[in-house]
Design a protein around this ligand. Structure first.
Ligand SMILES: [Fe+2]
Ligand SMILES: [Fe+2]
Length: 471
């Protein structure tokens, strides 16, 4: 196991103290980061003690250590998964060659772009969620929010480390710009669409961590296959943190759904709204929105960029090991391609369909989550079920961008879409209603009426534990 220097100003397991130039550059960036955190991180609560986990080493036991900490004192650091000895590039045209320890000149710009695009999502999500602390449905949830926030901050550190250590002056400039863009700001927006969408209530937050963080997981999985070894090791460690974010989302929606089912049972007309809960058809509309926004993050269905990332060994497939043909030159991918208003099937060379291959793995994972939510509905004895919309629904990028597909992927007229979109996407009225439920419940052991308690607390502690000390 690699040594973690925890006493350093910047905790790390990359021997930062041995590289004075890099250390200086990162120590210069650190105050700018903290300034950004104060300005754009969670509002208030910065002086409160929060029961957070933080890495003290990167092995199985040490990476998740729990204690009370104030967020600005969180030990944001640089942690890479341990190196795999004699690691080789596992796919594409350079298969079998030693993995690169230094960024290769011919792929420098592309890798920088990949790292910046990933890096930009991390502070963006913190910005999107900065007001949610005021309306947390319980202390347990408040703590989950802050845990996610500080770890997204650390993910930014992870990408900034790569920029500073491998990309010289350009990298340092990019690292500064990562602190200057702002989610939802029309003049200096974040790079990707979903990271500019408002997350202004807890249903959005749970859908975001379920669907949008899960896109992050699949991007990280694809990058962890990279022949650029520092990127692979960084993303492998990030994945350990990411898993918790999706747990927050998946169980968050699950608890909403469970509570809605309970309230249906309580009401003589199964009127969840009357009982102060979120009706399941409304949950479905939020699901549709965040699923579609998140699908866009994978990029176009047919992509020459994706093909060259793969060919050059920069970005692999989910579980590349499980494939036989690591060059992906022989196969094709059949997809539905709209042409002149008709949907025709087309065989696309596999390398050009790599975004779609990753998107499919993601959808399968999302479906597993939806199945779990439906199990709760079955157990509760209510009849509605949730489902994923078609991957053509409400897309803004790729083959199906801005075309009026319904939830099942059927093509509507523009007029038909306008008439029915309120059935499928959150309406102003939905938003206004969900907003009325956003009232903080911050007494230990208490929970808002619209969401069920979690099955268990954090790390063996009860739900009633004082996860955030507000006093
Ligand atoms: Fe992240
Ligand atoms: Fe995340």
């Amino acid at each position: 196991m690699s040594n973690v220097d925890l006493s350093a100003k910047i905790p790390n397991n990359v021997d930062l103290s041995q590289d004075k130039r890099l250390l200086r550059a990162l120590e210069q960036w650190q105050p700018d980061y903290l300034k950004w955190w104060q300005e754009m991180g969670p509002t208030d609560f910065q002086d409160k003690d929060i029961w957070l986990r933080t890495a003290v080493s990167v092995d199985a036991e040490g990476w998740a250590n729990f204690d009370y900490v104030k967020m600005p004192d969180y030990r944001w650091g640089i942690f890479l998964a341990d190196p795999v000895p004699d690691r080789r590039i596992g796919f594409g045209d350079n298969i079998g060659q030693p993995a690169w320890q230094v960024v290769p000149g011919e792929h420098r710009n592309v890798l920088r772009r990949l790292i910046v695009t990933q890096g930009d999502t991390e502070p963006a999500s913190v910005e999107q969620q900065r007001l949610l602390g005021h309306t947390a449905p319980s202390l347990y949830d408040l703590r989950s929010l802050f845990q996610v926030n500080v770890e997204e901050g650390r993910h930014l550190w992870a990408m900034v480390y790569l920029l500073h250590s491998q990309f010289g002056r350009d990298g340092r400039e990019e690292a500064e710009e990562l602190l200057q863009r702002r989610s939802g700001n029309p003049d200096k927006p974040r790079i990707l669409g979903a990271f500019n969408a408002p997350v202004d209530n807890w249903l959005d937050f749970f859908m975001f961590t379920m669907f949008t963080d899960r896109d992050g997981k699949y991007q990280l999985l694809a990058l962890s296959e990279s022949g650029f070894d520092p990127l692979s090791r960084t993303t492998r460690f990030m994945l350990t943190e990411e898993a918790h974010h999706m747990f927050v989302g998946e169980t968050g929606v699950e608890r909403v759904v469970q509570r809605s089912a309970e309230l249906m049972k309580l009401d003589p007309n199964e009127d969840v709204r009357k009982q102060g809960g979120i009706p399941l058809d409304m949950v479905q509309r939020y699901l549709n929105l965040w699923f579609a926004l998140s699908l866009d993050l994978f990029g176009g269905e047919i992509s020459s960029n994706a093909a060259s990332f793969f060919a050059n060994g920069l970005k692999g497939r989910y579980k590349e090991d499980s494939y036989e043909d690591h060059r992906a030159l022989r196969e094709t991918y059949r997809m539905v391609v709209p042409k002149d208003g008709v949907a025709a099937e087309e065989d696309v060379p596999l390398r050009n369909a790599m975004n779609e291959v990753l998107r499919d793995a993601y959808i399968e994972d999302c479906q597993r989550g939806v199945d779990r939510w439906n199990k709760r509905l079955v157990e509760a004895g209510v009849s509605p079920r949730l489902r994923l919309p078609s991957k053509r629904f409400y897309r803004h990028i790729g083959l199906y961008a801005d075309m009026p597909f319904d939830m099942d992927g059927g093509l509507l007229t523009r007029q038909g879409w306008e008439k029915r979109k309120g059935e499928w996407l959150p309406t102003d009225e939905d938003r206004a209603y969900v907003a009325t439920l956003q009232k903080p419940v911050l007494e230990p052991g208490q929970i808002a009426n619209w969401i069920a308690r979690p099955a268990r607390g954090i790390k063996g502690l009860p739900f009633e534990y004082e996860y955030v000390r507000l006093g």
